[in-house]
Design a binder for this molecule. Structure first.
Ligand code: CO
Length: 245
């Protein structure tokens, strides 16, 4: 058989899973009840379950080039509707990643492929704020910034869909998160705080405002390091604790 090695790996994987956890596939065969909808990039290095350390039954996944949210994308809309109305997920996670090839393409000038139609909102956004990007120190900084801003843009777009608005309107608990993943260190960073209502969404700065006032994504590791630093510092000089926060 062509791709025999993959079938062999599959058998080894299934046997290994069963050996480590005899009820694994019994649990997987039951109805899925994920708490999270992941909207991520199709990039082969950014697999939702792996980076979150979750079993396959825990996260419902939609991936495409550069984790875009097009409000005419039937695939994404059907996934979104099913996730919110049938699975009742409580968290939508829009997760981009640094070094995204789709975002890099949007920064360039080649406009000859279908993917350029797909990336068009990002291309136009970059063009509109060209002066902001030109002022950054180098191409790496421009790519990093556009990867972050792309998350913020797609977060706003998914939070503006009637499907999400309807979930909030019927009182369903739902947070929409904007994260970015570092392929070089495996860490997820929060790009901006999650939003949990239509009013919170309406109160967000516009994506154009974000372009000129960038956020600073923080990983949990950095949060932990900062908390430890603040605790040490507070011990030495308790009066400064409040100011540090
Ligand atoms: Co990507």
């Amino acid at each position: 058989m062509i791709l025999d090695h993959l079938f062999d790996r599959n058998v080894a994987w299934a046997q290994g899973k069963t050996r480590d956890d005899p009820t694994y596939f019994v649990r997987m065969a039951e109805q899925q009840s994920p708490d999270y909808l992941w909207i991520g990039c199709a990039d082969s290095r950014v697999t939702a379950n792996d980076v979150l350390g979750l079993d396959p039954g825990s996260v419902f996944v939609q991936r495409n080039i550069a984790n875009m949210v097009h409000t005419s994308d039937m695939n994404l809309l059907a996934v979104l509707e099913f996730a919110l109305e049938a699975l009742k997920v409580q968290h939508i996670i829009v997760c981009g990643h640094y070094g995204c090839g789709g975002v890099r393409r949007a920064l360039g000038n080649d406009r000859t492929a279908l993917v350029d139609h797909w990336l068009q909102p990002l291309v136009m956004f970059h063009r509109k704020h060209q002066a902001v990007f030109a002022a950054l120190k180098d191409d790496q900084a421009r790519l990093d910034r556009l990867c972050e801003l792309n998350v913020q843009m797609q977060l706003r777009r998914v939070a503006a869909t009637p499907i999400v608005e309807a979930a909030w309107a019927r009182g369903q608990p739902l947070h929409v998160h904007g994260w970015i993943y570092g392929v070089e260190d495996g860490l997820i960073r929060e790009v901006e705080p999650p939003i949990a209502s239509q009013a919170a969404r309406d109160g967000l700065p516009s994506i154009d405002q974000c372009a000129v006032t960038p956020s600073e994504p923080w990983s949990a590791v950095r949060h932990q390091a900062f908390a430890a630093f603040a605790a040490d510092d507070a011990q030495a000089d308790p009066c400064c604790e409040g100011a540090r926060r």
